[in-house]
Write a protein that binds this ligand. Structure first.
Ligand code: PLP
Length: 451
């Protein structure tokens, strides 16, 4: 084992514990239950002992076609024969040009320009800076504030944490962040009415009140369309997204749709905003853009936004932002191959069919004593575990029910990570019916075991 490095698994585990510091991981947890992945094929990944796991969260919400998809592997190899990377500062590169055109062709109407970066967080950071500078460039210097939804998540950089709103991740940094205006997410599960339409109307009303009071200071609103990911897989009532769009138009506020998790077919459409015919001013994509292969992200903008930055250098309207690996050729080549497969295999339609099947499969889980809510949007699912179904009282934090159930799932042959006591289930679009069935079986066993 240890691949071509010929190290035994025990040595590798010891080295990982000695030298590494993993993201979003309490390292004492890792020391107790370490894991090193060595290879993958299709929707299965293998650890250094050769144990196989179904990829139950698409390697953190990004893998689309499975691992080692021949066409993407080949596209990267072919690109290597030309060049691996050159800077995008002041010079485009071939695959980045072609990908920009492809993205604009599939993006919601109105988006005409592609600005590259290398992670979801950087794509959102860029959208926030663009929205801010847009108003500065237009001489509306008082429009500096951002509105965001409670429990929103847009990444872990200082700017994206500022428009984020998850106490567990963000509270400790409060004095480091800029203040965003937070409006309540239209969550139905614990709302006293339990009625989606009521929740939708109330939430839009509170947004309207905020806009009426403060629109002249507000630059933009950020949201995750249709379903909030890291905030607990919270689905929006139908009509909310469209309502937010109308209010943004009415009050001259830029709408930033963060499609980092929802983009590329996961919700049953190419982009989640399409479900309600919403046309954002700025839209961010990452994760599934390369099929889950390489770190490429992008911020898409309308011509109106782009125009506000266009002029002679001396006019000081330039967008001074970029990263070393912005528009990396290998990544863009992978993304082009990814989009070819989407087209050829009609993946978006397939995802929509698979979502229906998944909803049937998940239905049974509702009968388990401690499953409080099952939230699904396409192939994005969250299963909330509660101590008491009737009162919806959560399990005590210290019990770590979500974490323990996913550890059990790992033992049973599926990888995923919880969000508190919400179990994330986000299979690759390529998962077959049989594999989906097997994953749901493991989900169930893991939940039963831990609760
Ligand atoms: N925005 C959303 C909606 C996300 O779900 C994520 C990641 O989970 C991000 C932004 C940040 O993306 P990245 O982890 O690539 O920085």
């Amino acid at each position: 084992s240890g691949g071509r490095w010929k190290l035994n698994p025990q040595q590798l585990l010891e080295k990982s514990k000695k030298y590494m510091w993993l993201p979003f991981t309490q390292m004492s947890d890792y020391e107790r239950d370490p894991l090193i992945i060595e290879s993958g094929e299709g929707v299965v990944v293998k650890d250094i002992y050769g144990k196989e796991y179904l990829d139950g969260n698409s390697s953190l919400w990004l893998n689309v076609h499975g691992h080692r998809k021949a066409e993407i592997d080949e596209a990267i190899r072919k690109q290597l024969e030309s060049i691996a990377h050159s800077t995008l500062l002041g010079a485009a590169n071939v695959p980045s040009v072609l990908l920009a055109e492809r993205l604009i062709n599939i993006a919601p109407e109105g988006l005409t320009r592609v600005f590259y970066s290398d992670s979801g967080a950087t794509a959102v950071e860029i959208a926030v800076k663009m929205a801010y500078q847009y108003w500065q460039n237009k001489g509306r210097s008082e429009k500096t504030k951002f509105v965001t939804l409670s429990n929103g998540y847009h990444g872990d950089t200082v700017g994206t944490m500022s428009v984020g709103s998850i106490d567990l991740y963000h509270k400790v940094y409060t004095s480091l962040l800029f203040d965003a205006l937070v409006v309540p997410f239209p969550a139905v599960y614990r709302h006293p009415s339990g009625d989606a339409q009521t929740v939708c109307n109330e939430s839009l009303q509170s947004l309207r009140e905020l806009f009426e009071k403060r629109h002249s200071e507000i630059a933009g609103l950020t949201l995750e369309p249709l379903i909030q990911g890291a905030g607990g897989m919270n689905t929006m009532p139908r009509g909310y997204l469209k309502g937010v769009e109308s209010l943004c138009r009415e009050f001259d506020i830029l709408l930033i749709a963060d499609e980092v998790a929802t983009g590329f077919g996961r919700t049953g459409k190419m982009f989640a905003v399409e479900h309600e015919g919403v046309r954002p001013d700025l839209m961010t994509v990452a994760k599934g853009l390369t099929g889950g292969y390489l770190p490429v992200a992008a911020t898409l903008a309308t011509e109106q936004v782009y125009d506000a930055f266009y002029g002679e250098y001396e006019e000081m309207k330039t967008f001074f932002h970029g990263h070393s690996y912005t528009g990396n050729q290998l990544g863009c080549a992978a993304a082009l191959a990814n989009l070819d497969i989407f087209e050829r295999e009609r993946l978006v339609e397939q995802a929509s069919d698979k979502a229906k099947l998944l909803s049937e499969l998940l239905h049974d889980l509702g009968e388990l004593d401690h499953v409080g809510d099952i939230r699904q949007c396409g192939l994005i699912c969250g299963i909330e575990l509660v101590q008491d179904q009737k009162t919806k009282v959560p399990f005590p934090f210290k019990w770590r029910v979500g974490y323990r159930s996913t550890l059990k799932m790992r033992e049973l042959g599926m990888l995923t990570r919880p969000l508190g006591d919400v179990i994330v289930f986000m299979p690759p679009l390529a998962a077959t019916e049989e594999q989906l069935g097997e994953m749901v079986r493991i989900l169930k066993e893991g939940i039963v075991w831990a609760t």
